[in-house]
Write a protein that binds this ligand. Structure first.
Ligand code: NAP
Length: 489
């Protein structure tokens, strides 16, 4: 492993900051998160323009993504102020219990230590420098070191500056936040392997996420890597609903497939239906919308080349037909042309290449001979962030097996909608069985994302004054806890 002095210095600083930052109260941490939000807001249109020039994402999209980022910081601030997220449990002692006395045991969640975050290329704000991973780790009480994504290095540096300013204003140790740039796998590898790193948050490719996950597991002291990677987000179109709504669904799906130039991890990359006149109507209408979709500029040359390369590989497979492609001429080099391909279920089942993510405005329609084959196709799918079922309510019962199989492979099951658009909230799950993510028990969106960067610690027979406030008998913070098995304040 290459020794990178800057990585070492950042991780050492983070390690020094950890014991101090860990003990900062929830209210102070909340104020710190709000200072970060204010700092980002104060960067104003300069930040939006910088991000636009680096990522080619439209200004309005960037403004709403920044808003989402500020909202994420605010929900973690509120979570910290309320305080019950630590899941405090108190089992009171019974010194007279026979045959052995029962000890006093009190447990709560605590920040795991310095966390390394890899910024995502497709979300320059919401899943990058001050995004969900950083906000949840800081909320958990963990110092954070961000590896900025080279696709938006300047944007990342500006946001990092705002966070460092907030660290200073909040009177926190400098090592609470660190930032490193550079287009080099060696930096990422050194960060993951550094002995002071205690967990990793990642959003990106399956190849990248899996490589870093494997590296973390080979360390003398393995650490968790929460990698959110590829997903083809299957959509099952059941016959009765399709018969009634073919044209409306085609429009809805054309918009979902091409939204953000298809550069969303929840992009519907796989459509599955049973051969019928309604499926033909759906495909024809979808094709018309796709043909009228103007080519759009992707995030960076690497993503564009990946899109073109993977699309070419998939559409060149035997039995795959291109059903529709954007009919409008390109005006730029790294512009993607939206494409729909189609294949029969036997070919799909026999060829794993067709199960891979083509990151961009692309979707593959699998046409099944009958409902039994539909069940077989669904049974062969890998782990996914989302799965969608388009159906009438009566079909949910008729196709119970399909619903159950989809539930087993995904983190979020959508009924009569599209998978794109991830609401940030307590009930959201954004993460699914491998290869969608490396740990399906957790998610990267919403307040529960904090659970990735904590570990439970139990104190046994400790004197009251030595316990954290969350575990004191009198409950000075007035948080929800489980005391003697009863949920109480
Ligand atoms: P990526 O190639 O996985 O890179 C993400 C970050 O991880 C970058 O900072 C990269 O380092 C680092 N990295 C990747 N592999 C590494 C390794 N083996 N060792 C150390 N560091 C490593 O993702 P990307 O640049 O965002 O996009 C590439 C492809 O990822 C896309 O075409 C798409 O297929 C996929 N993608 C998927 C999602 C999703 O949510 N499903 C989101 C974004 C991208 P460098 O900075 O040095 O390159």
């Amino acid at each position: 492993m290459e020794h990178i002095p800057q990585v070492d210095a950042l991780m050492q600083q983070a390690a020094l900051a950890y014991p101090i930052y860990r003990k900062v109260s929830g209210k102070q941490k909340a104020a710190f998160l709000r200072l970060i939000a204010t700092g980002i807001e104060n960067l104003g249109e300069t930040l939006i323009e910088t991000a636009h020039l680096e990522t080619h994402l439209p200004h309005d999209r960037l403004r709403s993504e920044r808003q989402r980022t500020l909202f994420q910081l605010e929900i973690f601030a509120q979570l910290l102020e309320e305080g019950s997220w630590v899941e405090a449990r108190l089992d009171m002692p019974q010194p007279e219990r026979l045959p052995i006395p029962k000890p006093d045991v009190r447990k709560m969640l605590m920040g795991i230590g310095p966390v390394v975050v890899f910024g995502a290329s497709n979300f320059p704000f919401a899943y990058s420098t001050a995004g969900g991973d950083t906000a949840s780790a800081l909320a958990a009480g963990c110092p954070v070191v961000v590896k900025g994504h080279p696709a938006h290095a300047q944007t990342s540096a500006m946001v990092a500056q705002a966070i460092s300013q907030a660290v200073q204003e909040a009177g926190l140790p400098q090592g609470v936040f660190g930032h490193i740039e550079g287009h080099s796998f060696a930096i990422g590898q050194a960060l993951v392997c550094h002995p002071e790193t205690k967990a990793v948050g990642f959003t990106g490719s399956l190849v990248g996420g899996k490589a870093l996950f494997d590296l973390a597991n080979q360390r003398p002291q393995p650490i968790p890597v929460f990698a959110e990677m590829g997903s083809i987000n299957p959509v099952v179109l059941l016959p009765a609903r399709l018969e009634a709504q073919a044209e409306a669904l085609a429009l809805q799906y054309a918009q979902s497939i091409t939204s953000g130039v298809g550069q969303f991890c929840t992009n519907p990359g796989l459509l599955i239906g049973i051969k019928s006149e309604a499926l033909d109507r759906f495909l024809a209408a979808l094709g018309q919308h796709i043909a009228q979709t103007a080519p759009a500029t992707m995030l960076h040359a690497g993503i564009y080349q990946n899109f073109e390369g993977k699309k070419t590989v998939v559409t060149a497979q035997e039995g795959v037909t291109i059903a529709a492609e954007s009919g409008i001429a390109k005006t730029g080099i790294i512009q993607a042309q939206a494409t729909i391909a189609t294949v029969d279920a036997d070919t799909f089942l026999a060829n794993p290449t067709l199960h891979q993510e083509v990151f961009g405005p692309f979707s593959l329609l699998v046409q099944c001979a009958n409902s039994q084959q539909l069940v077989t196709v669904v049974a062969h799918l890998e782990g996914q962030l989302t799965a969608t079922i388009i159906a009438n309510e009566t079909e949910l019962l008729e196709y119970e097996d399909v619903v159950e199989k989809l539930r087993n492979i995904c983190g979020r099951l959508v009924f009569n909608g599209v998978p794109t658009g991830v609401e940030v909230g307590f009930a959201m799950q954004h993460g699914g069985p491998f290869p969608a993510s490396t740990d399906a028990r957790f998610g990267a969106v919403g307040p529960d994302a904090i659970k990735r960067f904590v570990r439970p610690v139990a104190y046994q027979n400790f004197p009251e004054q030595w316990l954290p406030d969350e575990l004191k008998k009198e409950n000075p913070l007035q948080i929800w806890r489980i005391v003697e098995g009863v949920f109480t304040k």
